[in-house]
Design a protein around this ligand. Structure first.
Ligand code: BES
Ligand code: ZN
Ligand code: ZN
Length: 470
C-alpha cells in the first residue's frame, strides 16, 4: 500500500473514495447530515459510515487531537482494507495531527503474512493525503519524518514476529549486519569465543544450553558533527523458555517476543540514520537463547559478571537482567555516551504495575523522566515512571554473592529488576541512564490503538521523538 502527500485540494484528487473525519459537532453542520443520520452514524470515536453511491467514507472522531485522529485513521484504514476500493484520499486536518494520520495508515494497516500460504488479498493500493491550505513544505517534512519512523516501527514488528526457529542469536546477527550494510552503519559482532575473552560470563551462562551461539551486536551511526552521543542497549532473548526454572506451558507461548528490546533498538537506529539526525547513536544488543539442557546454567550458580560483580542465580527465568548486566557494562566501557537507554521485555511485574499498554520507565534522573514523558505524549506511546527506593534495593541482597538475580519478595518486581540493572551502571553514568521495561507494550494478542496482533514496535516512536528533539 502506497501513501503520499499531495499539494492539492481533495476535490482535485482522483480517488475511488473520499474520506472525511467528523466530530459530532461537525456532523450536525454537514451537507450529508440527513443521509448520515438515516444510516445511524453519530460520529462516535472510531465509528465509520460508507455512502457508497456517493463515493464517501466518514470516520467519527471525538476531536482533532493526535490520539483521537490516529485511532480514527486506524478504523478507516481497516474498513478500506476490507472493501474493494483501490484508492482513497482524505484531507490533512492540521499539521499537528498529520503524523498521527500517517501512523494510523501505516501502523494500523500493517500485516505480518510471512508464514501464511495464502494471505488475504487487499485491493487497496493508494492512499493520498491532500492539503493545499496549510504550509506545504512544513507538512512535507512532518510527513516524510512520520513515514520514516512508522516504517522503522514496522521493521521492528517484522523482526519481533519472526518465529524462534528462524530468528535465533546467529540469524539475528546476520539481520543486523544487513541493516548495517543498507543504512551505512558501522557493525561489530562478537561471537562466543570473543565473548569469553571479553569476560561476558553472565550473558554466556544464559545462552549456554542453546544450540545457537550467543552474539553481542554493536551497530553505530556516526554523523560528521554530532551534538550528542547516545548508547542504546537491547535485550535480545530470541527465545525465553525460562531455562531450568522452566516457564509453565501457557506462559511460554509468545516468548519469541523476548527479543523485542533488541528489535526496538534496531528500529531506532534505522530511523535515526534515515532521518539523518545530528546525534551519534550506538546500538548494543545481547542476542541469546534461554534453553534447558545438561549444560544449562542453574539456580544456585554464582556468575562472575564482566564488571566483576558476582551474581547468585536463584531463578534462571530472570535471565534478561543477566544479559543486560554484561551488555550495559560493555557499552559503558566502549563508548563514552551522554545518554544510555536500555529497552527490555524484562518483567511480567511491569504489566501488573502499569497495565499491558504502558512502558515502564526507571532511572535516577528526573530531567530524563520528564523529557521522556513529553516524548511519550508527543509520539503516542504510553509511558509511566516507576520509582526506585532503598528498601526494595535491599531485597536483592545475596548471602553468598554480591547480588541475587531475583528479589526475596515478589512485590515491586519491575522496580527490583531495574535496581538490579542499576548495580551495573557506573557512578558517573547514573544520571545518564534510563531503563525501559516494554514487557507489556511490545507485544499484543488483541488489537489496540494502531497495534494489531503481534509485535507493536514499542520504543521506536518514543525514542525517535526524543532523539529528534536533542
Ligand atoms: N521475559 C520475561 C518477562 C516477560 C514476561 C516478558 C511476560 C513479557 C511477558 C523475563 O525474562 C522473566 O521471565 N521474568 C520473570 C522474573 C522473575 C523470575 C523474577 C517474571 O517476570 O516472571
Ligand atoms: Zn525469563
Ligand atoms: Zn526474558
Amino acid at each position: 500500500m502506497n501513501i503520499q502527500l499531495l499539494n492539492k485540494n481533495i476535490s482535485d484528487i482522483k480517488a475511488d473514495i473520499l474520506v472525511e473525519f467528523l466530530t459530532p459537532d461537525a456532523l450536525k453542520e454537514h451537507t450529508q447530515a440527513k443521509l448520515l443520520n438515516q444510516a445511524g452514524f453519530k460520529a462516535e470515536q472510531d465509528s465509520i459510515c460508507f455512502l457508497h453511491g456517493k463515493g464517501l467514507l466518514f470516520c467519527g472522531t471525538d476531536s482533532k487531537k493526535s490520539d483521537d485522529v490516529r485511532s480514527a485513521t486506524v478504523a478507516m484504514v481497516k474498513a478500506l482494507k476490507s472493501s474493494n476500493y483501490e484508492s482513497a484520499a482524505f484531507s490533512v486536518l492540521k499539521n499537528s495531527s498529520l503524523a498521527a494520520m500517517v501512523e494510523g495508515v501505516v501502523l494500523g494497516g500493517y500485516e505480518f503474512n510471512e508464514y501464511k500460504s495464502e494471505p488475504k488479498e487487499i485491493t487497496l493500493k493508494d492512499i493520498s493525503l491532500a492539503s493545499n491550505e496549510l504550509e506545504y513544505d512544513e507538512l512535507k517534512t512532518t510527513f516524510d519524518e512520520a513515514l520514516i519512523v512508522a516504517n522503522a516501527t514496522c521493521y521492528t514488528r517484522d523482526i519481533v514476529n519472526k518465529a524462534p526457529q528462524e530468528l535465533n542469536p546467529e540469524t539475528f546477527a546476520i539481520l543486523a549486519k544487513k541493516l548495517a550494510n543498507t543504512n551505512s552503519l558501522e557493525c561489530n559482532i562478537l561471537a562466543e569465543n570473543e565473548l569469553k575473552n571479553e569476560n561476558m560470563n553472565a550473558m554466556l551462562a544464559v545462552g549456554r544450553a542453546s544450540i545457537h551461539e550467543s552474539q553481542l551486536i554493536h551497530l553505530a551511526y556516526k554523523p560528521a558533527n554530532p551534538k550528542k552521543v547516545i548508547s542504546l542497549v537491547g535485550k535480545g532473548l530470541t527465545y525465553d523458555s525460562g531455562g531450568l526454572s522452566l516457564k509453565p506451558a501457557a506462559n511460554m507461548v509468545t516468548m519469541k517476543m523476548d527479543k523485542a528490546g533488541a528489535c526496538a533498538v534496531l528500529g531506532i537506529i534505522k530511523a535515526v540514520s534515515e532521518l539523518k539526525l545530528d546525534v551519534e547513536v550506538h546500538a548494543f544488543i545481547g542476542a541469546v537463547e534461554n534453553m534447558v539442557g545438561g549444560n544449562a546454567y542453574k539456580p544456585d550458580d554464582v556468575l562472575v559478571s564482566r564488571s566483576g560483580t558476582t551474581i547468585e542465580v536463584r531463578n534462571t527465568d530472570a535471565e534478561g537482567r543477566l544479559v543486560l548486566a554484561d551488555v550495559l557494562t560493555y557499552a559503558q566501557e566502549n563508548v563514552k555516551a551522554d545518554g544510555i537507554f536500555d529497552f527490555a521485555t524484562l518483567t511480567g511485574a511491569c504489566m501488573v504495575a502499569l497495565g499491558q499498554y504502558t512502558t515502564g520507565m526507571m532511572g535516577h534522573s528526573h530531567k530524563l523522566k520528564h523529557d521522556f514523558s513529553k516524548a511519550g505524549s508527543a509520539s503516542g506511546e504510553l509511558i509511566g515512571s516507576l520509582p526506585f527506593n532503598r528498601h526494595l534495593k535491599k531485597l536483592l541482597k545475596s548471602e553468598i554473592a554480591d547480588i541475587s538475580n531475583v528479589a526475596s519478595k515478589p512485590f515491586g518486581g519491575a522496580i527490583t529488576a531495574g535496581m538490579f540493572l542499576d548495580k551495573f551502571i557506573k557512578d558517573e553514568n547514573k544520571n545518564k541512564w534510563m531503563h525501559f521495561d516494554i514487557a507489556g507494550s511490545a507485544y499484543t494478542e488483541a488489537a489496540w490503538d494502531c497495534n494489531i496482533y503481534g509485535g507493536t514496535g514499542a520504543g521506536v516512536r518514543l525514542m525517535s521523538e526524543y532523539l529528534k528533539n536533542i
